[in-house]
Design a protein around this ligand. Structure first.
Ligand code: SF4
Ligand code: SF4
Length: 457
């Protein structure tokens, strides 16, 4: 298994034994992070945004998300499952409280629902938008920070849009910080004794911090657990608790622990965040291609009359995440039914949240460069000279993006050649014209390169 090891943890790992070199993942990666070399997939770590497309596509099971499994609970003294509404959507017809109970039977000391923290985020967001309408300090439209894949996409491909990212901490960051603080006080222990496990719909929401907020954890967490990795065992436990009603909900009962209305469930679906907020001028977009297209439009200066844009890289929102267990449309229907059953409604005291907002409690502390996570995400920029050589090499190849070289397209191969990562020998088009990699390199590096292009072209 090779791992695209980011400093803050990797998103996907590749089993080179299982990989057949079919190149499907190479063609499906939206950031051109993958290539097949020597018959096996390799990943350019700094380009991976953790979208999970390779996980969905690979027919050989060679791609794995870098998540933690249930055996890790044995190492924890006090374990807490951080539960998103996407988990509930995997169990049509089952009440959220039974799923939280099932998690306790799996071995978690606490299972905490996220809705309360969604509401905190939403209230702080409404306040930010209201104040910004008056001051006009932040550029419109604000972009939701909730999807970490979108955050990385902005960092890698749209850095000019970093100032548009809404600066309130993500709900999971608010949740982990609050729950750790409260439970450490409750048990009278250091925060390092509390281990957080984020039950994840996608391979990217782990202990790293895509919006740059500092981590509040001393034990290396929160750890990510894929929904589908625990699904079978959890389904078994959920079945059990539905038959036996006597299992206590938690060791300590706090207002935030349970799901009290359907509001939180809406967040799992595209449009859910926008629909529960009081911001009228908002838009919702889901799917990686649609998200890229929307970011291009914002970069061109469109949508300035919109105040808030909810972007989700997965089609239909987080219920379409690569680590979910059931079909996204089935999950959507399950969520909609549960919202009908539970109704909607708020439970937070708005004045209290506004006071916290005034104390700047909700704000992410980003670095001056607007860093969105670990430094290894930064792309090594190309020089003007390198870009000129890439353009010339693309012209020379004059190919059809056949992918036979193992790169997603001719431009990517040219870039890899100019960066010195691969030989131009990989290109069948050049070989067919009798050009060796050495010939190409000689010309790339010679001052008469343009001449050479004309000669070979
Ligand atoms: S999809 Fe990618 S990882 Fe899977 S077998 Fe094909 S080349 Fe290998
Ligand atoms: S997770 Fe997404 S960005 Fe990363 S290698 Fe896979 S397809 Fe590419």
């Amino acid at each position: 298994m090779t791992c695209n090891g980011h400093e803050g943890g990797c998103y996907v790992c590749f089993d080179t034994q299982a990989c057949t070199g079919c190149t499907r993942c190479v063609r499906g990666c939206p950031t051109r992070a993958l290539r097949v070399r020597g018959g096996k997939v390799v990943c350019r770590t700094e380009l991976c945004i953790g979208c999970g497309n390779c996980l969905r596509i690979c027919p050989s099971g060679a791609v794995k998300a870098s998540t933690t499994d249930l055996s890790h609970l044995k190492k924890s003294r006090i374990s807490v499952a951080l539960v998103t509404p996407i988990l509930y959507a995997q169990f049509p017809g089952v009440l959220p409280k039974d799923i939280l109970r099932g998690l306790k039977r799996l071995g978690f000391n606490h299972a905490v629902d996220m809705s309360y923290f969604f509401e905190m985020f939403q209230t702080a967001t409404e306040e930010f938008v209201r104040q910004n309408r008056e001051t006009g300090e932040a550029p419109w439209p604000l972009i939701s920070p909730v999807c970490p894949v979108v955050m990385r996409l902005i960092q890698n491909r749209f850095p000019s849009l970093i100032p548009h990212i809404h600066p309130i901490k993500r709900p999971v960051a608010i949740m982990a910080k609050q729950v750790t603080r409260i439970l450490s006080k409750h048990y009278g222990v250091n925060e390092g004794f509390i281990s957080m496990y984020y039950i994840n719909p996608c391979p990217t929401k782990k202990g790293d911090s895509p919006t740059g907020e500092p981590q509040s954890f001393t034990n290396g967490g929160p750890y990510a657990m894929g929904i589908r990795d625990i699904y079978t065992r959890l389904a078994h436990e959920v079945e059990h608790v539905r038959r036996i009603e006597t299992i206590p909900m938690t060791l300590a009962s706090y207002e935030f622990e349970q799901c009290t209305s359907g509001d939180g469930l809406l967040w799992g679906m595209s449009g859910g965040e926008a629909s529960v907020s009081g911001i009228e001028k908002s838009l919702s977009v889901s799917g990686i291609e649609e998200t890229v297209s929307m970011l291009e439009k914002i970069e061109m200066g469109l949508f300035r009359d919109i105040e808030y844009i909810e972007l989700r890289s997965c089609t239909e929102g987080c219920i379409g995440g690569a680590l979910t267990a059931i079909d996204k449309y089935l999950a959507k229907s399950a969520s909609q039914q549960m919202v009908k059953l539970l109704g909607t409604g708020k439970r937070l005291n708005r004045d209290r949240i506004t006071k916290l907002y005034e104390k700047e409690w909700f704000f992410s502390k980003r670095s001056e460069q607007g860093a969105l996570g670990c430094s290894c995400h930064a792309l090594r920029p190309l020089t003007i000279e390198q870009m000129r050589k890439i353009d010339a090499l693309v012209r020379l190849i004059d190919g059809r993006d056949c992918g036979a070289c193992g790169a997603p397209d001719c431009r990517t191969l040219a870039e890899d050649v100019v960066r010195g990562e691969v030989s131009a020998d990989a290109c069948l088009m050049l070989r067919a014209r009798g050009m060796s990699g050495d010939d190409v390199m000689k010309h790339i590096n010679s001052k008469e390169w343009d001449h050479a292009c004309q000669r070979f072209g």
